[in-house]
Design a protein around this ligand. Structure first.
Ligand code: URA
Length: 310
């Protein structure tokens, strides 16, 4: 690679995943005096290096301007039903979640029954909601501490009758600011990945997260936050009833499959969530930092495509 292209790379100005012939064209352009104008407008994450593209690797195109359609409220003024549940300590809720895992054996520290009951009641109330009620309940939710630091709740985006639902972890800073999932760099890569299998945000795809509010500083979600928030996702999935789920990243995968195995052990086969086929893969934010794994992600996308076409 010439010096100019190397510098662009170091600045994080390389394209994301590109067609082989496109990459060659850009590299040729980078050799000329007009290289800067010839480079694509979309930018990769800092520290990303240009992927080495081989014949067996994906035909990812440069990022198209994704159509970010907003969900339109289906009904006006839905009643605000169960939006407030008493916030519970993370440790106690962690204990409840552990106790619910398959194969869990009773410890000397039993789960407080009233806490179990509260969580069950909340989940059952959410499980009765229609789409508009769910939108409102999420907008008004104060069930965990994340409500104190969020700017916007992030319900999800796309077609409520989508064939494909992508599930991520939680909003980041840009998603919190805009109220839409996956709008930052990871989101651009996700759009790019979806485009490579003929899917597009806002068309036949719905994109959601396990958590609807941003954990401050992008820290990992905590057990109490997941316990209060996950019923929203489960109801969304029930109402959308898609053909296939695409679980993106360890957190979404373990939440949907109730399996904490590493992604490397889970990817490559179709799993089940409540009768729905689930394809798992690496989170786009991880792929931005670990480009060598993009070839595996490409195989996951092909599996997703064939599962959708069945
Ligand atoms: N990462 C996620 O998992 N979800 C988002 O919405 C943004 C980044």
């Amino acid at each position: 690679m010439n010096r100019r292209a190397t510098v662009l790379n170091e600045l994080g100005l390389a394209p994301l995943w590109v067609r082989r012939e496109q990459l060659a064209a850009w590299q040729e352009a980078a050799n000329s005096a007009t290289a800067a104008e010839a480079a694509p407008a979309e930018r990769a994450a800092p520290h990303q290096t240009t992927p080495a593209v081989s014949a067996s690797e994906p035909a990812f195109t440069p990022l198209a301007q994704a159509a970010h359609h907003k969900i339109e409220a289906q009904l006006e003024h839905a009643p605000s039903t169960i939006t407030k549940a008493p916030s519970q300590g993370a440790a106690a809720i962690h204990q409840v979640l552990q106790a619910r895992k398959p194969g869990h054996t009773q410890t000397s520290n039993p789960v407080p029954p009233q806490l179990e009951t509260q969580l069950d009641e909340r989940a059952s109330a959410i499980a009765q909601m229609n789409w508009a009620e769910l939108q409102q309940a999420i907008r008004d939710c104060t069930a965990c501490k994340l409500c104190q630091t969020r700017t916007n709740t992030v319900f999800g985006v796309g077609n409520p009758q989508a064939k494909l639902v992508v599930v991520g972890e939680a909003p980041g800073a840009e998603e919190d600011a805009q109220g839409e999932p996956f709008v930052g760099k990871a989101g651009q890569l996700l759009d790019n990945m979806l485009a490579s299998i003929g899917q597009r945000r806002g068309d036949g795809v719905f994109i959601a997260n396990v958590l609807k509010c941003r954990p401050p500083g992008n820290r990992n979600p905590q057990a109490d936050e997941v316990a209060q928030c996950a019923p929203f996702l489960h109801r969304q999935l029930e109402l959308i009833a898609p053909k296939v789920l695409f679980a993106s990243g360890r957190f979404a995968i373990s939440n949907l499959l109730q399996d904490d195995a590493p992604i490397s052990a889970l990817r490559g086969k179709v799993h089940q969530y409540r009768q729905l086929p689930v394809v798992v893969s690496y989170h786009p934010a991880y792929l931005l930092r670990n480009m060598p794994d993009k070839a595996k992600a490409w195989r996951d996308l092909l599996l997703l495509k064939t599962t959708l076409e069945k």
